[in-house]
Each structure stands twice: as C-alpha cells, then as structure tokens.
Write a protein that binds this ligand. Structure first.
Ligand code: COA
Length: 155
C-alpha cells in the first residue's frame, strides 16, 4: 500500500460501507469527522471507485450525494461536484475512469439533470462544467469548452 496520506479517502470509504449496511447515523458521524479534519464534504451516499486520489488532503472538496466516481480518478483541492436533484433521484453526475478534475473546478449540471464526464477526460483548473464531457477531452473555461482531445493515452 502506498505510504501516501489517505485517511480522508479511507474515512470516506468507511462511511460509505456503514451507510450501505444500514448504519446511517454512524456513517454520518464518520462523514462529519472527515469534515472536521479535512474540511471536505464527502457524502456516504456517493458511489466511489478504486484508487481515488483526493489531492492536498481533499481540502475544500464538496460532492453531492448523487455522484458516481469511476476508478483511478484524481480530484484536486476546492472541487465542487454539484447537483440540484433530490438525494437518491435517478439523475446522477457520473465521473468516468481516470478523469482528472483540476483545482477549483465546478461540475454543475442544469437543475434536476445529470451530467457525465467521459473516461480519461481532464477538467482544467477553475473551469465550470455545465454539459457532458466526451471521453479523452480536455475542457477549460467558464463555461467549460473542449480545447483538444488527449493524445497521450492509448485508445
Ligand atoms: C487544462 C490543463 C490540463 C492543460 O491542458 P493542455 O491542453 O495541455 O493546455 P496547454 O497548457 O497546452 O494550454 C492550452 C491553452 O489553454 C489555456 N489553459 C490551460 N489551462 C487552462 C485553464 N485551467 N483555464 C483556462 N485556460 C487554460 C492555456 O492558457 C492555453 O491558451 P492559449 O492557447 O490561448 O495560450 C492544465 O492547464 C490544467 O488546468 N490542469 C489541472 C491540474 C491542476 O489543477 N493542478 C493543480 C495542482 S495544485
């Protein structure tokens, strides 16, 4: 196992496990503990893949409960993954595998709608993503637009 500090990710996984086993109060307690130490709101309702990296101790990361995150995703500090749908609604924000969400980026679907970010996409620092992002795209700006497709990975 990596010697990197990953307590924030482990606490998130623990709260998620407690939540899925029906221990909702305990799950909430772990979530609040995580917030206390890391100043990040990582909901136990969210579905999170393997090997997630929350850089800079997840500082300021805020994630809506209706979010699914794939494997090998990297999220920098002060990222918000938002949503104006009720918790548990069918609409979800789906972050694909190996996606990078740059510092201060905001994933902001339209009200009561979901949004997806394709595998291997990169969201530039400070961007506001309001629409689906294709796989392998690099998007930047407010609102975020595709600047190019990645050429550094095998298809
Ligand atoms: C978007 C990013 C991945 C670079 O992608 P890239 O395709 O290699 O982009 P380049 O550096 O070649 O720049 C291409 C253009 O996009 C602009 N650009 C790059 N990143 C940008 C951003 N976050 N917001 C707005 N414009 C950006 C560049 O200024 C350049 O514009 P120009 O063509 O008018 O000169 C990178 O800039 C980024 O934001 N990474 C996020 C990582 C992060 O948050 N790290 C934090 C560490 S603490």
């Amino acid at each position: 196992m990596s010697m990197k500090y990953r307590l924030h990710v482990s606490l998130w996984a623990l709260s998620r496990r407690l939540f899925t086993k029906g221990h909702k109060r305990l799950a909430f307690l772990v979530k609040v503990t995580n917030y206390f130490f890391h100043k990040a709101l990582l909901p136990c309702e969210a579905i999170v893949g393997e090997r997630l990296v929350l850089d800079h101790y997840a500082l300021g990361v805020v994630i809506h409960p209706n979010v699914t995150i794939g494997d090998d995703v990297r999220i920098y500090h002060h990222v918000t993954i938002a949503g104006e749908m009720p918790i548990g609604a069918l609409e979800r924000v789906v972050i694909g595998n190996r996606v990078v969400l740059g510092a201060n980026s905001i994933i902001l679907p339209r009200a009561y709608q979901g949004l997806s970010i394709g595998d291997d996409a990169i969201v530039g620092a400070g961007s506001v993503v309001t629409r689906d992002v294709p796989a392998r795209a690099i998007v930047v700006g407010v609102p975020a637009r595709v600047t190019r497709m990645r050429d550094d990975i095998d298809s």
